[in-house]
Design a protein around this ligand. Structure first.
Ligand code: B3K
Ligand code: ZN
Length: 881
């Protein structure tokens, strides 16, 4: 049995100190082998001004077998340095010197997928956040930026392709059937951006001519069988490169840009300089294997990693507390890009739905942290929806306050000031403020506040003066008693009897546009609009202008009116969601009180109007007609009523389907595909609405409606329609489900990404036997705990997305996920730490469920040898609230 490890110690932002030494050059040589890989590193080191002369040089390391160390060309003897499991210390090495180390590592045993590891027989790396220390001794921190060269040596037959960052400057053959490639990266970079790949891969090539006329070679590297699935990724890359030039004036800087698709990857992708490594899921797409949503996901992740070249690589983070500097900003940039490529309203709705479902939950649970955390134990645990998505919202608010041109001025100044540096979130904010001559001091509190602030709104109409006074108030996040006052942009519109009103605030001479951004900086502020002909309905927080919870007294009728007529497409959707939420929460209360259930007539009418509205595209209709999910609904209850919410939502879906049966069937029948699959806006809209109609219709259980799904499943020439039909059949159950699942498995079991869908659809199902099926699937020969995509498809989807089945009262769902966490942790603690987060909301449930979840958390916490990644999550979950 493993010894209990000493309690891991947190690292605090306030303790940041610049290093005593920096590294200007890194020359690496990798002797890749089946058993042992040797890494030779020569570091050109310099003591920084102000550091004590006798400062020791302490390099980080993890899982390295130390072989030798030489200082200034002289091999050191054992007494001249100290090696510990996590460090190599050279006492007082001097002011400027080279340090040459040799270590041995075993990539084939590296299941953490951090550092140098193997996936499907190939060698690859993942160094962010602290993986480079698992490759060689180093100052493994982002404020040490060096120029790198890497010589990669390997067996030529097994690993014909050898890649690293920068430009390939030499290749050649070696003895014993081996060969090498030497890569030089001219741009200084932090160690987390280092990358290496060696394998049997094929190249899907392309090019891009930059606006200054340079031709950049683009290479997408995949396993030979996947070469016909790269076109969309290449197109997305080219579009991203053009967009960053057009919108931010940012040109690519190397002569080559490579993307490698990897099957075993802990995250989505990684922005290593000139050599991105990607989870295959975000590269590979063919109409028959990838859905419309997969196509969108690829476009946005390709863009995200590309945009990091400027926001992250050229300008990087001083320390890991500043992570949102590059992540929040880059998510914000990839969102702008996706909005430009497709429908801005659809994109915004998707982002806000995800933020409310995931980030709001994180912000009110045990892992709540500011977008710039104050401390961490395992940095990898802080690649969170708060740092990324709330971080992007914070950038978005600054753009709202500064305007598009002002934001661009600020970005230009940021790049001008900080190119080639490792900086902080405060540096970013200062560039934005200085470029615009504005004060963003109060705004800066968004970087340190925890939790979702509440904004309360109250409106009063005065018929005598034809004025409408809107009072906005900010309050601390729920469950917290105090918070500093934030600077919050609230976008507002007023809907009069005849439609949107041009807005004129008192003191202004003329009415302007019909959306206005009000700046809330005090506890409470009133804004008086004049020339308002009749009591209006206020449309608040348009476009979700701030990541807050909005509380406002509005009647169902007001919401229905906004849902039907708000000129802002996002607000229309939002009003519909609020109305739907009210209706569902009332139904859940009826379930609990055992009252007869009936779906609100006015809500049905509002939905019928959406179905019939010629002004809405299919994607927006589908979004408007999708009821709030059970997790979102639970956030609005004092204690999540798991079963009642599920029953209420299922009832509402069926009642809506029954009420709208005819128009939905008409939609389904009139929008059949007219030709082969095309990934175009109008076609995506068509498929979205048609598949939504199908989902509603199948819930009615009528044989001829179920038959529609069966026939769509068989006839579809594309994964979007095939998966949608399969999802309906899985929820429906019965022999149709079994037949479709067997057919899908037969057809796709050799295709890992498609097989992931087979697992995920079953794990997400609302069918009452889902837990039993997931339990059985965990023993399926195709299930593999060590592959992150597969583990997430089953355990992640079940634990996070299936509230009703995961939280079954008998506790078996909890036990299942806890078992898997414990099984994964010894191999891949990062993955285990992600999955164990399913238990974070445990205090939101009833005593029985709380007890069951706490028992599982305690069981995990009591496991000897538990990783520090999982330990940090469970300790925080169990700590007194
Ligand atoms: N920067 C990487 C994330 C690295 C996560 C390390 N645990 C991908 C991205 O955000 O672009
Ligand atoms: Zn990123």
């Amino acid at each position: 049995m493993t010894e209990a490890k000493p309690a891991p110690q947190p690292i605090f932002r306030k303790d940041y100190r610049r290093p005593d030494y920096t590294i200007d050059r890194v020359d690496l040589r990798f002797e890749l082998g089946e058993e042992t890989t040797r890494v030779h590193a020569t570091l050109t080191v310099r003591r920084l001004d102000g550091a004590p002369q006798a400062a020791p040089l302490v390099l980080d390391g993890e899982n390295l077998r130390h072989v030798s160390v030489a200082l200034g060309g002289r091999e050191l003897s054992a007494g001249e340095y100290v090696v510990s499991p996590t460090s190599l210390t050279i006492p007082a090495p001097g002011a400027a010197f080279t340090l040459a180390t040799v270590v041995e590592i075993r990539p084939q045993d590296n299941l953490e997928l951090s550092g140098l590891y193997r996936s499907s027989g190939n060698f690859c790396t993942q160094c962010e956040a602290e993986g480079f220390r698992r490759i060689t001794w180093f100052l493994d921190r982002p404020d040490v930026m060096a120029r790198y060269s890497a010589v990669v040596e390997a067996d030529k037959a097994k690993y014909p392709v050898l890649l690293a960052n920068g430009n390939r400057v030499a290749t050649g053959d070696l003895d014993g059937g081996r060969h090498f490639a030497r890569w030089d990266d001219p741009f200084p970079k932090p160690s987390y951006l280092f990358a290496l790949v060696a394998g049997d891969l094929r190249c899907f090539p392309g090019e891009f001519v930059t606006r200054s006329g340079r031709t950049v070679r683009l290479e997408i590297w995949v396993e030979p069988d996947n070469i016909d699935r790269c076109a969309h990724a290449l197109r997305s890359l080219q579009a991203s490169m053009r967009w960053d030039e057009d919108k931010f004036g940012r040109e690519y800087d190397l002569d080559i840009y490579m993307i490698v698709a990897v099957n075993d990857f802990n995250l989505g992708a990684m922005e290593n300089k000139g050599l991105n490594l990607f989870n295959a899921k975000y590269v590979l797409a063919r109409p028959d294997t990838a859905t419309d949503d997969d196509y969108d996901g690829i476009e946005s992740v390709i863009a995200h990693e590309y945009f990091h070249n400027w926001t992250g690589n050229r300008v990087t983070c001083r320390d890991w507390f500043q992570l949102t500097l590059k992540e929040g900003l880059t998510v914000f940039r990839d969102r702008l890009f996706s909005a430009d490529m497709g429908s801005p309203a659809v994109a915004r709705i998707g982002d806000v739905l995800a933020l409310r479902t995931n980030q709001f939950a994180e912000d009110s649970g045990p892992m709540a942290h500011p977008i710039r955390p104050e401390s961490y134990i395992e940095m990898n645990n802080f690649y969170t929806t708060t740092v990324y998505e709330k971080g992007a919202e914070v950038i978005g608010m600054m753009r709202t306050l500064l305007g598009e041109a002002g934001f661009r001025r600020g970005m230009d100044l940021y790049f001008e000031r900080h190119d080639g540096q490792a900086v902080t979130c405060d540096d970013f904010r200062a560039a934005l403020a200085d470029a615009n001559g504005v004060d963003l001091e109060q705004f800066g509190r968004w970087y340190s506040q925890v939790g979702t602030p509440v904004v309360r709104a109250r409106g009063e109409y005065d018929a005598n003066t034809r004025s409408y006074t809107l009072t906005l108030e900010q309050a601390p996040p729920r469950g917290r008693t105090s918070a500093e006052l934030l600077h919050i942009p609230v976008a507002v519109g007023l809907l009069g009897p005849g439609g949107p009103l041009p807005l004129k605030l008192s003191g202004e001479t003329a009415a302007g546009a019909d959306t206005r951004v009000l700046e809330l900086r005090e506890r409470s502020q009133s804004f008086r609009f004049e020339g308002v002909p009749a009591a209006p309905v206020a449309s608040l927080l348009r476009g979700f202008s701030a990541p807050v919870e909005l509380e406002v007294e509005r009647s169902d009728a007001d919401l229905a009116r906004l849902m039907a007529a708000d000129p802002d497409a996002f607000s229309r959707w939002d009003a519909g969601q609020e109305l739907g939420r009210r209706v569902l929460l009332r139904l859940a209360a009826d379930v609990e009180a055992r009252r007869p259930l009936a779906l609100d007539r006015a809500f049905v009418d509002a939905c019928a109007k959406i179905v019939a509205d010629p002004g809405l595209d299919g994607s927006l209709k589908a979004l408007a007609l999708t009821l709030p999910n059970e997790r979102l609904l639970g956030q609005h209850q004092p204690v999540v009523a798991v079963d009642a919410l599920h029953e209420a939502r299922e009832f509402a879906v069926q009642a809506l389907a029954a009420a709208l049966r005819e128009p939905l069937l008409a939609i389904y029948q009139s929008s059949a595909p007219q030709g082969p699959y095309r990934i175009e806006r109008a076609e995506v809209d068509r498929r979205k609405l048609r598949n939504l109609a199908l989902a509603y219709l199948v819930t009615l259980g009528e044989p001829e409606l179920v038959a529609l799904a069966v026939s769509q499943f068989h006839l579809a020439d594309n994964m979007t329609d095939s998966e949608a039909a399969l999802a309906c059949l899985i929820d429906h159950g019965g022999p149709e489900r079994d037949a479709a699942l067997a057919e899908f498995h037969r057809r796709w079991h050799k295709d890992p990404l498609v097989l992931d869908k087979w697992f995920a659809l079953q794990a997400a199902s609302s069918h009452p036997d889902t837990l039993e099926r997931v339990t059985a699937l965990a023993d399926h020969p195709d299930f593999n705990l060590l592959n992150p995509n597969r583990a997430r498809s089953l355990v992640g989807v079940f634990g996070v997305r299936n509230q009703h089945q995961f939280h079954r009262k008998d506790g078996r769902g909890h036990a299942l996920v806890a078992d898997k966490v414990l099984a994964i942790d010894p191999h891949n603690s990062q993955l285990a730490a992600r999955l164990v987060a399913a238990f974070n909301p445990w205090r939101r449930f009833d005593p029985t469920r709380q007890q069951s979840m706490r028992a599982q958390l305690e069981r995990i916490a009591g496991q000897p040898g538990l990783s520090k990644a999982v330990r940090e999550i469970v300790d925080r979950a169990l700590a007194p609230a």
